[in-house]
Design a protein around this ligand. Structure first.
Ligand code: PEP
Ligand code: MN
Length: 339
């Protein structure tokens, strides 16, 4: 971290600032240029609040030299992380996976949908048993029964199951059913106690980007999980809120190469929540695949007009078959042959 001071900063104020920084266990390096005075801060800069530093009278501006995320940072871990989701399914580092299933677990239709998505080539099954809904009067999910149905479907088909955990108090129920991947939804992307709680397990976590979250905030959320000891984090770009109203969210495909540049963690994208409309899901699934995503999460329902949630963005199993065929073509086109 570097603090650029005003050029007329009095010597006494400069040395006072240096002792304040050094009092926090860091060392300082002072350099006086013709137009400015620069203090280099060396050591554990997490001890310094850059906004507090910048608010000080003699400080013109503060610049970070290194990113605040360490465990998620590619600089300290150059190789891609491969997350083992169970049932032989790995994601990241060239392993591409498609997670598909209904928005909510609704009952017996789960296994029918699961058989179809598996036959089409999906390798992981999704479905929400605890649903984050904007309205408390909307369908809230089947709860434990939903987890049981997912587990049964996953076991029958040999597919890892992915389902959202909203409340740390429910975690034991998820662990009892050996849920393969814990999804942290967009609304909880900065629920720090929840992130820490899943960080204390070793279960893979599919961490979605917050609705108004920046890439850095997503990486810091991953850091919360990883700093508790769980390295198995899969990031998910699911669209962000912008001024555009023609789609449910704005799909930030930039995030895929940007995150690959900054982090070693796998990046999945969710074109269903990112667009909100069935007609746009296929094209954007292909675009995300072409952009180098490590996987996709897609909502599929066999009767979208009667779905209990998110019917407007569900693909039917027939549509999903078609999208999967085209995803395979894109993968073949962009994947360099392995010798
Ligand atoms: C979901 O995947 O079911 C979901 C609610 O997604 P998000 O958290 O991205 O809105
Ligand atoms: Mn949904």
């Amino acid at each position: 971290m570097i603090a650029i001071l005003k050029k007329d900063a009095p010597d006494q104020a400069v040395s006072h600032l240096r002792s304040w920084i050094e009092g926090k266990g860091l060392t300082t390096h002072l350099s006086r240029g013709e137009n400015e005075i620069v203090i280099g801060l060396v050591g554990d800069t997490t001890k310094i609040d850059p906004f507090l530093l910048e608010s000080m009278d003699i400080v013109e501006r503060v610049q970070r030299v290194s990113e605040p995320f360490k465990k998620a940072n590619r600089k300290f871990h150059p190789a891609d992380t491969v997350v083992d989701c169970g049932h032989g399914v790995k994601i990241g580092g060239g392993h591409f996976q498609v997670i598909a299933g209904p928005c909510s677990v609704e009952g017996e239709n789960l296994i029918r949908i699961a058989r179809r998505v598996k036959a089409a080539g999906a390798t992981m099954l999704r479905g929400g048993a605890y649903k984050p809904r904007t309205s408390p009067y909307a369908y809230q999910g089947m709860g434990e029964r939903g987890l049981d149905l997912l587990r049964e479907a996953g076991d029958e088909l040999g597919m890892p199951i992915v389902t959202e955990l909203m409340d740390p108090r429910d975690l034991p129920r998820f662990l009892d059913r050996k849920i393969d991947v814990l999804q942290i939804g967009a609304r909880n992307a900065q629920n720090f106690p929840l992130l820490k709680e899943v960080g204390r397990t070793s279960v893979p976590v599919l961490l979605k980007r917050g609705m108004s979250g920046t890439v850095d905030e997503l990486l810091m959320a991953a850091e919360y999980i990883m700093s508790e000891g769980n390295p198995n984090v899969i990031l998910c770009e699911r669209g962000i809120r912008t001024y555009e109203t023609r789609t449910r969210n704005t799909f930030d495909l930039n995030a895929v190469p940007v995150i690959h540049h900054l982090s070693h963690l796998p990046v999945v994208t969710d074109p269903s929540h990112a667009t909100g409309y069935t007609r746009y899901v296929g094209p954007m699934a292909l675009a995300a695949t072409a952009a180098g995503a490590d996987g996709l999460e897609i909502e599929v329902h066999d009767d979208p007009s009667h779905a209990w949630s998110d019917g407007a963005q569900a693909l039917t199993p027939d549509m999903f078959d078609d999208v999967m065929d085209r995803i395979r073509q894109i993968r073949a086109a962009i994947t360099a042959p392995v010798d």
